[in-house]
Design a binder for this molecule. Structure first.
Ligand code: UD1
Length: 422
């Protein structure tokens, strides 16, 4: 298993290009199942999660051809012959559940194993299933699989989510494009990845209104066509690398992205005393003070502070001046990075969904264990500010969501290398 070795090396300076969003790509890829015409994605990230989705779509009979080294995905679901998503693939990635809506909508039938994914809480899929029921599907849970049927096709319905779910909104949105009549998604997620999906579906011929607000209205159509779509920039990759100069000092410009994707996070960086300036093609982040200030954070659905940046922000708070309180409201078990940060000399107390972090002037390098995708990168960021060597083990989590992390951080002067394991 590979590890990443980071040696604290002072300030970072330079430029990092941001790639297409993993989470957008993981919902845009299953959208190909809605049509028998080609869907081509540009600006796709090269990540193991994308390979997992490629394998899943392939197992159904869809073709996914990676072009330009994987930056372009040319997909066709002309020859889909299976509507069964097997446990062996689905268990690797929770986003696999996103094939359920498209399969059910186009073929009237789907069998999908219940998903696995990052170990950050129970993460059920009940909201996805309730949405399909509201559209007339009959569901059965048997042997760890969901069997979904709508022999006469889905029909439009009113889907009211009791709380915001990104995945359930995406699944329901895709399914509703081919349902008979009008569907309303109420209390829908507003993430930029939802907006990106709606834009791609519209290019395929779907009739959608209200994406980016909490009510999305979809007028079902008989069929969808092909399209080419550029995947939106990855706001989580962007936020992660914004924290590199904030933690280590220095000034870094992130390109191919936009500050509009990441509102509440920027406010918190500014409150911590970090300078954030929009540029023509992205954003520049500069730390001028010796230490950042402690800032409290509560994770919330978009446009609130993203749970996917909580671990990285905690890494920054570990060296802040003062005590901060980080409250995790989206996932019940998402502080697994805290004990690892403690190994590096951080002062953190976790009580349920709340972490109290008292900044120390200097972290110390240590061997640590990556427990999930965002936790892994938070340990790398902490390593940038630590004295000595930090060896982050189990980095396969990292490869699920960060393209070329060593090259990108290396390019801004970080001392970071991959240690290939057996
Ligand atoms: C997506 C993102 C993930 C991010 C999360 C929240 C992808 C591939 N993943 O995950 O990176 O951390 O949004 O921003 O886009 N829930 C239920 N029942 C359901 C569905 C969700 O109880 O049927 C709960 C979850 O356990 C969680 C909360 O709702 O506590 C929000 O989850 P959700 O927004 O659905 O996250 P994902 O779509 O899985």
């Amino acid at each position: 298993m590979d590890s990443i070795l980071v040696t604290g090396n002072g300030p970072v300076n330079g430029e990092i290009p941001i790639t297409g969003a993993k989470n957008a790509c993981l919902t845009l890829m299953p959208a190909t199942l809605l049509s028998d015409e080609p869907l081509t994605l540009t600006n796709a990230p090269r990540l193991s999660d994308i390979k997992t989705m490629t394998a899943l779509l392939g197992s159904l009979g869809a073709e996914v051809q990676p072009l330009q080294g994987g930056k372009v995905l040319a997909m066709s679901s002309h020859n889909v012959e299976s509507q069964r998503a097997e446990y062996d693939i689905v268990r690797k990635m929770r986003a696999s559940i996103l094939v359920l809506g498209p399969l059910l909508a186009r073929f009237g039938y789907a069998e999908v194993s219940l998903p696995g994914g990052c170990a950050i809480g129970a993460r059920p899929v009940d909201l996805h299933l309730k949405a399909f029921e509201a559209m007339g599907a009959e569901l059965e849970l048997k042997d760890g699989y969901v069997f979904a049927r709508a022999p006469k096709g889905l029909r439009g319905g009113r889907v009211e989510f009791p709380f915001v779910s990104v995945g359930a909104t995406e699944n329901a949105l895709m399914a509703a494009t081919l349902a008979k009549g009008t569907t309303q998604l109420i209390n829908a997620a507003r993430e930029p990845e939802i907006v990106d999906l709606a834009q791609a579906l519209r290019k395929m011929g779907a009739q959608i209104d209200g994406e980016g607000t909490d009510t999305i209205t979809i007028q079902g159509v008989d069929r969808l066509g092909g399209a080419t779509h550029q995947v939106v920039a990855d706001r989580i990759e962007m936020g992660t690398y914004m924290l590199a100069p904030a933690i280590a000092g220095g000034s870094v410009e992130l390109t191919n992205c936009s500050v509009d994707l990441i509102g509440a996070f920027i406010d918190k960086l500014a409150a911590a005393g970090v300078e954030v300036t929009p540029t023509e093609n992205g954003v520049r982040v500069t730390r001028t003070a010796d230490r950042v200030r402690a800032v409290d954070v509560i994770t919330e659905p978009y446009p609130g502070f993203p749970t996917d940046l909580q671990a990285q922000f905690m890494a920054m708070m570990c060296t802040a001046d003062g005590t901060s309180v980080l409250e995790e409201k989206i996932f019940e078990n998402r502080f697994m990075h805290a004990p690892e940060l403690l190994r590096m000399g951080a002062q953190i107390e976790v009580h349920g969904g709340t972490a109290r972090v008292t900044g120390v002037p200097q972290l110390k390098g240590a061997p640590v264990m990556a427990t999930d995708l965002r936790a892994s990168v938070s340990l790398i960021l902490a390593g940038l500010a630590a004295k000595g060597e930090t060896l982050v083990n189990r980095v396969y989590h990292l490869d699920r969501g960060y393209e070329h992390v060593e090259e990108k951080l290396g390019a801004i002067g970080a001392k970071i290398e991959r240690v290939t394991g057996s």
